[in-house]
Every structure is written in C-alpha cells, then in structure tokens.
Design a protein around this ligand. Structure first.
Ligand code: TRP
Length: 332
C-alpha cells in the first residue's frame, strides 16, 4: 500500500485478516440449525454505501448523536487524555470521529487507524497524513476482534477509541473479553474511549434498525445478493424479509433475514432448506445503561474515569483507564 505518492508520515501495516473466506463462513453458517452469517460480510462496496445511507436516516440516531456528543465534549475528552497521546481507532472507516478527537488532543504523538476495509482505511489514513503532516499515521489493516500487534511508534499514552457502539455487536462476555485483551496491550496508563448505545424505548430501538425508507432492509438483503454474485447462489431476494426485534432478556436488537416461504436455496452447489419463517441471524446490537457498561469495564480491568451522555440520554461515551488491579478471570 505504501507507494511513492504517500506522504512521509504515512505508514501501512498489513495484519491481513487472513484466509477466513466468505464461502467458508456462509456454507458453515447456513449449515447450522440456527442459521447465521457473520455481520462483517455485510460490508462489500454496496453494503458500505448502504451503511453510509443508514447513518443519515432519521430513525438511526446513533451516528448523529455520537458525532454531536464528540463535537461537544472533545475538549473535555482531550483534557482527561492529556498530551502526546497515541490514538488507536478501532473500525476507523472514514476516520471522521477519530479526526474530531485528533483536532482536540494536545500534541497527539500518533494516529493509528485500524480497519478491515482496505480501501476505506487506505484512503482515510492517507488523507489524515496529508492533513496533519507532523503526525505519524500508522494505518493497520486488520480485524480488530482477533487481536494483533500494534505498531508502537515513539512513546506516549495509548488511547484506544472504539466509537459507533460497535462494542454492542459483541455479546456481553465477548465485549468483556475484547476489553480485557486490549487492556493488556495498552499497558500502564493506557486508556479506552468507548461509544456505547443506551437502552431506550423498544419502538425507538426497533425503528433505528428498520427505517421507513427501507435502507436497512436493503442493507441486510444485500448480503443475499452478495452470496448470489460471489458464491454462485440462487437466493430470491423477494422470498426473504428483514426483521429487527429487541430482545429484553439480552438487551439486544437481533437482526435476521426471514424466509417468507418453504424453499431450498443453493450456494456453491450445496442445497440449504428453509422452512417458512426460518431465519438467518445477521447481527445483534447490545444496549447498555451507564452503570451496566461501567461494571463490565471494571470486570475487564478498567477504571471508569468519566462518561458523557447527550441530553436525551440516547448515547454515551466512556473514558476508561487501565486499572492497577488485574481483571477477574473471564468466564466466557
Ligand atoms: N453495528 C451498527 C449498529 O449496531 C451497524 C448497523 C446499523 C447494522 N444497522 C444495522 C448492522 C443493520 C446490521 C444490520 O448500530
């Protein structure tokens, strides 16, 4: 990725997400009793474009609310973070949120965007390097869930930044495991800034994941189109529908594609039967209250330092620091 046109402060690090093939994930996922396809496969080119549109839907409050909150509180966040921070952004995408923090931080020592989309990462990180010529930018192409070696230039506090409530796409035990893993990587003095969506009335939550314009439905159905195109599938898109339901026992929105009839679908030459109403799980988005997330962070070895919420209490941003005591053993 480093080429002659890259500025001198731009560095590219391949932590290749590896050969976890789309075909393998789909064939394995559709072969299960509880059918499922991992949500990262939603983001092909069309999927990424549709997701950008989701973020602009009136019902999808998450992106807007978090951006406003960040804009409002960036100075306070920067104040707590202190000078010379190395900012690691997990799932950096267009780097819009990371750049808001960079603008506010005092003398940041490095920006380390991490993303699974090579194209988005390359473009956004190169642009950041051009716009901040004095700032080393280390783009890391990786799947941040699996852990990887961070390029650690110079010194300075490391602050991980995990916006967008992406932490909600983990189950609670997975979220705790994820935080505990990064705790060890961040080391003493390390910090984590995490955007967390809050529990709210069911109607608001369900609408956010099933907008009236049908963009979210198109986004999840696009997964079937991708399977048809890349894996020689014969899904009829009109024979499935998008469904988003809040599960009060897990505090999660569960997103499924539901078969409208009894049917058999072929993918890569393999047949998969669907009953009428049978579902493919696509994603779950877990919601928290402030105290619940702080308790989870503490169990992962962090001390909550500060938390900000918007005035409507829709979304929260947490500032956590690595606690001196070790976390209790992770039980899942
Ligand atoms: N992970 C995001 C969230 O939980 C992205 C998202 C929004 C999403 N709408 C979706 C993922 C619909 C799958 C399906 O808010």
């Amino acid at each position: 990725m480093s080429d002659l046109k890259s500025p001198a402060n731009f560095h590219w690090h391949d932590r290749d997400p590896g050969p976890e093939l789309f075909s393998h994930a789909v064939l394995e996922g559709l072969g299960r009793t509880d059918k499922a396809v991992p949500f990262r496969f939603l983001y092909d080119k069309t999927g990424s474009d549709l997701f950008e549109q989701i973020c602009r839907q009136p019902e999808y409050y998450i992106t807007r609310t978090e951006l406003c909150l960040l804009e409002d509180k960036a100075a306070e966040i920067a104040d707590i973070a202190g000078p010379s921070v190395r900012l690691v952004e997990f799932g950096s995408g267009e780097s819009r949120k990371g750049r808001l923090l960079l603008e506010a931080l005092e003398d940041p020592a490095a920006y380390i965007p991490v993303d699974i989309s090579k194209a988005a990462l390359g473009a956004a990180a190169r642009q950041a390097a051009l716009d901040y010529p004095g700032l080393p930018v280390h783009a890391v192409w990786a799947d941040f869930r699996t852990g990887f070696r961070l390029p650690l230039p110079d010194q300075g506090r490391i602050a991980g930044f995990f916006p967008g409530s992406s932490i909600g796409n983990f189950t609670r035990p997975q979220a705790r495991h994820f935080l505990a893993g990064w705790r060890d990587c961040l080391g003493e003095g390390g910090a984590m800034i995490v955007g967390v969506d809050l529990i709210k009335p069911v109607a608001e939550l369900e609408a956010a994941y099933d907008d009236r314009a049908g963009v979210t439905a198109a986004f999840t159905l696009n997964l079937l189109r991708r399977i048809n195109r890349e894996l020689d599938g014969d899904f009829q898109l009109s024979a499935f529908r998008h469904e988003a339901h809040y599960n009060p026992s897990t505090f999660a929105i569960d997103i499924h594609l539901v078969s409208r009839c009894r049917q058999t679908v072929t993918v890569c030459g393999q047949a998969f039967d669907f009953d009428c109403g049978e579902r493919i799980h696509v994603e779950s988005s877990h919601k928290y209250d402030v105290e619940g997330f702080q308790a989870l962070a503490e169990a992962a070895g962090f001390s909550p330092q500060a938390v900000w919420t918007d005035k409507n209490h829709r979304f929260s941003i947490h500032f956590l620091t690595v606690a001196e005591i070790s976390p209790s053993p992770v039980d899942a």
